[in-house]
Design a protein around this ligand. Sequence first.
Ligand code: S3P
Length: 442
Amino acid sequence: MKSLLKVNKKINSFNQEIKVDGDKSLSIRWVLLASQTIGRCRAYNLLMSEDVFAAIDTIKELGIKVKIYKDYCDIFGNGINGFKYKKNLTINAKNSGTLGRLILGLLIKSPQKIKLIGDKSLSKRDFSRVTIPLKKFGVKFFYKKKGKLPLSILGSKSFKNIKYLENRGSAQCKSSVMLAALNSSGTTFIKAKKSRNHSELIFKYLKIPIKIKKTKKYDFIDIKQPKKIKAFNYKIPGDISSSAFFIVLTVLTADSKLLIKNVNINSSRIGIILILKKMGAKIFLKNKKNYRGEKISDILIKSSKNLKAINCPPELNSSAIDEFLIIFLIAARAKGVSHFKNLSELNQKESPRLDFGSKILNMMGIKTELTKDSLKIHGQPNLKITKLITVKNYLKDHRIFMMSTIAALTCGGKWKIYDKDSINTSFPSFIKILEKINNKPL
Ligand code: S3P
């Protein structure tokens, strides 16, 4: 794939129906949990992206058999703590924070040191957020640079039951400790600020002893070690984070309509829909279903005029955390000044997205006011870009690439957008689907 995308023209009006790739969070969780079951697990519509392949390669290195077919993937689990591996093993989470953080939870009993590495972007990210709670179980970590990859983990023999306060609203931290709880006799107590709850829903479905008490701000989660986990099959629904780019494309393109089929609309993930609706976007959920505790529906989007600025409620931050870049684009085209607050976590992603998002808007001629954890965006409903914009050196962040592409197709101007290959980490079909909507190659 050539890594530069040139866009010189806005997209024409469209009326289309599409399906997006499988949900990334659910795909990685299925791979990791399947490895802990006894028997054959099968997933349909598993996201076939680099992040998920990295998860598959990781469990293969840890002795788990995996077979990939055209329409499904089989994993043959070896039970809880059933990993078998050679001495001096190195596993590679590549670009995936979810994999890097969650896998450590499954390694808290590893009798030998295992080294965890990642790519340039992952090596810049914070791992102390999971090593600190995992150390409470008695696990040891070794690093060159504290809290950063590469690091090595050495499991514990004597286990302590832990109480853990997750105060960032990070599902990765919460899930890492939840997976560790599978290996810890006794009860693990977690008090977690609200974040996506896919792990909890799968644990419940798998009859892992879990108790959840919800309050407005926190979830109290108690987990007891299960004796074993039965093999399970799963049909992965479409990813709302991938759908988000096409939702915004449709909202910003005149006389257009799009139906996205079978998307996961778990309430801990639909911040983008709530935020965009508050801003005046026409988005409708159709054909709602339940699947193993998850909610799924089709999403109908219509082009929307008269978008208005938002003072975004921070309670929605965690349910829209991967969508803020593309939400910023809507704010850039809304009437008034939008304000997004308490967003320091956005600078902890594949790239510092609060800073980079602001920078791209500035290149488009949009005025922003950026602090360490907030952004004000001065919207221009009639924005017309005429100059050349080059998007390069953004740590090959997939969502930066996709946000820039949607900006180019909806705001005009001439764009050179580098690092097209980055879409392979989360959404390999992105360009193909855009070309279907566009009715011709980009
Ligand atoms: C994810 C949680 C989020 C999100 C990431 C996927 C997950 O990270 O940004 O893309 O699958 O648990 P945090 O939990 O650190 O916010």
